[in-house]
Design a protein around this ligand. Structure first.
Ligand SMILES: Cc1cc2nc3c(=O)[nH]c(=O)nc-3n(C[C@H](O)[C@H](O)[C@H](O)COP(=O)(O)OP(=O)(O)OC[C@H]3O[C@@H](n4cnc5c(N)ncnc54)[C@H](O)[C@@H]3O)c2cc1C
Length: 500
């Protein structure tokens, strides 16, 4: 431990650890602290092609040779067979209604499969976060970062004249440790722990998406795709629906199922916050879980032999997931995206968003010092707009429910954004003129706004709505979204990936 650092990164999840690793690689002494200890349970595991491109970019840009294999499933498995991940060939959505087994027709009216990769080697991954975050923490420490677990800030004040923080840390029973640093980096993933020092306040009232989740890791989850009539056809033409971010779409929400290679599956029901009581005891969480599972026969079959393995304390519960802070930056401090705000797990935009923040903050600190403040200010403004945009395209999907047809059609705003951004990042991983997930594309955003207004006023499930969405997304739709000839099966949508 030194008396002075360039930065104190608070939170050693994957984003804090990765940023600390990069800063240390840039030659800046970094202290990385976490109130908890690795390996610890963390939720938020389904990665995306965008995340893969960013991982690859960060590895090349900052010389993180060990990081590069995490950019696709094949190299990950061959380099780090013990670092647990899952194979994710794309996104799968299956529609369920209470009391009925899953059925489908030749047009796949009740399912949607969107492939992201052409083969297993190039496939995306699900991250067993307890493993991945721990591994990244160790990489940061191996690079020279001082890493302290079981540690939080006891007191911190910013001296604007010296442009430095004076801080004491609380580390178990150890005596107070005074340190100084120039930058406080909030990587706490939304915990309120830094508010006393940064002065930020919650600012979430504007958010449209208001859902909560009950979740855990399970063993003994059966395959689901085999229950679907198009199992063989999908296997041959696209991918196995179990090798995906599997969304079981319900009348008001959905269940995620993310399978890891070690036989564990991450599961979580997401429903509007109004569907949940204000609080749930451990016992009530189990009862709610069982009630939800029992409502959907095909889900019940998939989970008939399942048992929870993590968290150790039982099912996790968050009544409201969406949140945002009053600011992403202040004097001497900056927040990573997930510390600033979060919307909802639908379509898995969180990991990529966090990585995009790591990339921008690393670039701001790694270049000409005279540009640092401007770059950080630009990032802080952009990250707010990005959250507003994610909130819009996610809220649109919930507006479509209970109609699966509407849900699929409205999900197109997400898909055109994700695919467009992947293409931008593949072309130039540093400059994104259209912004993260096309958040700076005013034209696309006004199309989505108009659609939000329309579906808020009239939810009817009509062919005309789908045709309107088709016209609305046409300038961005390069992959045949909503083309009836595709029958809800989209092959290989991502920009070409190099593998190691
Ligand atoms: C229910 C749910 C499901 C999700 N699913 C997905 C998904 O499938 N795909 C996806 O891309 N994203 C998903 N996300 C988002 C994803 O979880 C986040 O993007 C990701 O966790 C961000 O990681 P992080 O490293 O920034 O923060 P975290 O992983 O939250 O890490 C924060 C760390 O900070 C530490 N900490 C907190 N407060 C303090 C303090 N005061 N002092 C010291 N240490 C502190 C914590 O102990 C923790 O280790 C999901 C989120 C939720 C809530």
């Amino acid at each position: 431990m030194k008396p002075e650092y360039f930065a104190l990164v608070v939170g050693s999840g994957f984003s804090g650890s990765l940023l600390a690793w990069i800063l240390q690689k840039q030659g800046k002494d970094t202290l990385l602290i976490d109130q908890s200890t690795h390996p610890r349970f963390a939720i938020g595991e389904s990665s995306t092609p965008t995340a893969d491109f960013l991982i690859r970019h960060l590895a090349e840009r900052w010389g993180l040779r060990e990081l590069a294999p995490l950019a696709s499933f094949g190299p990950w498995q061959s380099h780090y067979p013990d670092l647990v991940c899952g194979k994710k060939r794309g996104f799968a959505y299956y529609s369920h209604t209470a009391g009925n087994s899953f059925t489908d027709d030749d047009l796949h009216a009740n399912s949607l499969l969107v492939a992201a990769s052409s083969d297993d080697a190039r496939s995306d991954t699900h991250w067993l976060r307890s493993d991945v975050d721990h591994w990244l923490f160790r990489q940061a420490v191996n690079s020279g970062t001082t890493g302290l677990e079981g540690t939080s800030i006891r007191n911190a004040t910013f001296d604007p004249v010296a442009s430095k923080w004076q801080c004491t840390l609380a580390n178990g029973d150890d005596p107070e440790t005074p340190i100084q640093f120039r930058w406080l980096i909030d990587a706490t993933g939304g915990s309120p722990g830094l508010r006393d020092w940064t002065g930020v306040r919650p600012n979430s009232d504007w958010m449209r998406t208001r859902t909560g989740a009950i979740f855990g890791h399970f063993r003994g989850v059966e395959d689901f795709a085999i229950q679907t009539p198009s199992y063989q056809e999908d296997l041959q033409n696209l991918f196995c629906g179990d090798d995906s971010a599997q969304h079981h779409v319900l009348e008001k929400g959905w269940l995620w199922a993310l399978r890891f290679c070690n036989g564990v599956t991450s599961l979580g029901f997401v429903l509007p916050e109004g569907c949940w009581p204000t609080s749930l005891t451990a016992e009530e969480r189990t009862t709610s879980w069982r009630t939800l599972v029992a409502r959907y026969p095909s889900i019940e079959r998939m989970l008939c032999s399942s048992e929870i393995v993590a968290p150790k304390s039982g099912l996790g519960f968050m009544r409201r997931l969406s949140r945002c802070n009053s600011s992403a930056m202040g004097k001497g401090w900056i927040s990573l995206p997930n510390a600033y705000g979060f919307v909802d797990p639908l379509h898995s935009s969180g990991i990529a968003h966090s990585l995009s923040g790591v990339a921008r903050i690393a670039e701001a600190f790694g270049g000409d010092e005279r540009c640092t403040l401007n770059l950080l200010n630009a990032y802080a403004e952009d990250v707010h707009e990005e959250l507003v945009w994610i909130d819009t395209f996610v809220a649109l999907c919930y507006q479509g429910l209970p109609s699966f047809n509407n849900f699929v059609a409205l999900a197109s705003y997400y898909f055109v954004s994700a695919i467009g951004f992947e293409q931008d990042v593949a072309l130039d991983p540093v400059h994104w003129p259209r912004g993260y997930m096309l958040a700076k594309d005013g034209s696309l955003r006004s199309q989505a706004e108009a659609m939000f207004k329309r579906v808020s006023e009239n939810k009817s499930d009509s062919k005309e709505l789908v045709e309107t969405i088709q016209r609305s997304i046409a300038p961005w739709n390069r992959v045949g979204l909503l083309d009836p000839r595709q029958r809800n099966r989209l092959a290989h949508t991502v920009a070409p990936k190099r593998i190691f």
